[in-house]
Design a protein around this ligand. Structure first.
Ligand SMILES: C[S@@+](CC[C@H](N)C(=O)[O-])C[C@H]1O[C@@H](n2cnc3c(N)ncnc32)[C@H](O)[C@@H]1O
Length: 335
């Protein structure tokens, strides 16, 4: 049955479609349900009494856990208020990993703290031996002066040459604000948000399912990263938009590794892949050792090497270090 649904957008109610999908057959589920905030969808009425909304959410959350493979994971996006109920439901059948705070600007509501994040709950089906890959994102820089926003002090040479490991607070991905990048849909997510989640939790060839596909964001991310997708959507117009966009999606690759781009720049990359693409820079101690052996004439800024107080480095080690640096420089030029 799963083959029938693979790489397709299925029109209809997600509960009905999910009931046709085998238990333990999907690697990752991502759900971005209607938030019960009276958004203007074409087919769905986004306004139910709270109790009815939560009961409905429990039905599809339980189904998502059921269809997920033992090594797989479940991600759910919503406002914090509803996520507190989701967590209670999911804690019964899956294992909590993270509450990812996705930073997003919003308007003051009065008598509340300014709501400044959406949440993405991350659960796995089993407590260990689940798929997970650490992801890196570029070091944050000032848009005006191009300096690093974080003060790395005297440890700049220990910085990863591409970027920092992603934490559970995501401030580098913005909601779609420009109408030219937006479909006729009230709450479309950015593709690179989903690409990060797909890179984190699946391998190429895996199956990603979204029960509320909208205009196709999750399926597009999955296809671009060489994964299979199953998209479920109630509305025929959103299904058509998703299918039209999916037909144009090509692989998102850098030097034969799947990566996520935003506006032509690398946005997310798995740590294991970054280790191949961006070898570590030489540390200051390594640089000093090279200089100490007579191979350095200063640091290019007019600073002469200090008097040699270090033991000369072994010639073979020195050669390896220089080769490592040459490879790094060559790779940086490709970027
Ligand atoms: C918040 S939107 C998802 C947007 C999507 N993440 C995107 O980036 O385009 C929720 C979607 O769920 C759909 N929907 C609502 N009820 C549904 C149901 N019972 N089964 C399938 N889809 C449903 C709505 O039509 C809407 O497109």
């Amino acid at each position: 049955m799963i083959k029938k649904y693979l790489d397709k957008v299925i029109l209809g109610d997600c509960l009905e479609s999910l009931s046709n999908i085998e238990t333990g057959s999907v690697d990752m589920c991502f759900a971005d349900p209607p938030f019960n905030l009276e958004k203007k969808y074409t087919s769905y009425k986004d306004q139910r009494p709270d109790k009815e909304y939560i009961e409905w959410c429990k039905l599809w959350l339980d189904e998502l856990v059921r269809v997920t493979k033992p090594t797989g994971s479940i991600f759910v996006h919503n406002i914090p208020r509803w996520l507190t109920y989701y967590a209670t439901i999911l804690n019964e059948s899956a294992y909590f990993r993270h509450w990812i705070a996705w930073d997003a600007m919003s308007n003051p509501l009065g008598k509340t703290l300014l709501p400044a994040h959406y949440g993405v709950l991350f659960y796995t089906k089993q407590p260990r031996d689940f798929k997970f890959y650490e992801v890196r994102a570029p070091h944050k820089k000032c848009r005006v002066c191009d300096n690093y926003l974080k003060d790395y002090g005297g440890k700049k040479d220990q910085m990863h040459p591409f970027g920092a490991l992603v934490s559970d607070v995501w401030t580098d991905i913005h909601r779609i604000r420009h109408n030219v990048r937006r479909d006729e849909h009230p709450c479309q997510l950015p593709i690179h948000l989903l690409e990060r989640i797909v890179l984190m939790s699946t391998d190429p060839g895996d199956i990603v399912l979204d029960p509320f596909l909208g205009t196709g964001t999750t399926a597009i991310a999955a296809k671009a990263l060489g994964r299979h997708y199953i998209g479920l959507e109630l509305d025929p117009m959103y299904k058509t938009i998703a299918e039209d966009k999916l037909a144009k999606v090509g692989p998102s690759i850098y030097n034969s590794y799947y990566v996520s781009y935003y506006l032509g720049k690398l946005q997310s990359i798995r740590d294991v892949d970054a280790a191949q693409l961006f070898p570590p820079q030489l540390t200051s101690t390594e640089k000093k050792l090279i200089k100490a052996n007579g191979n350095g004439n200063g640091d290019g800024n007019g600073h002469k090497p200090k008097e040699k107080t270090l033991e000369p480095i072994d010639f073979v080690v020195q050669l390896t270090l220089l080769q490592k640096k040459a490879t790094y420089v060559a790779k940086s030029k490709d970027t």
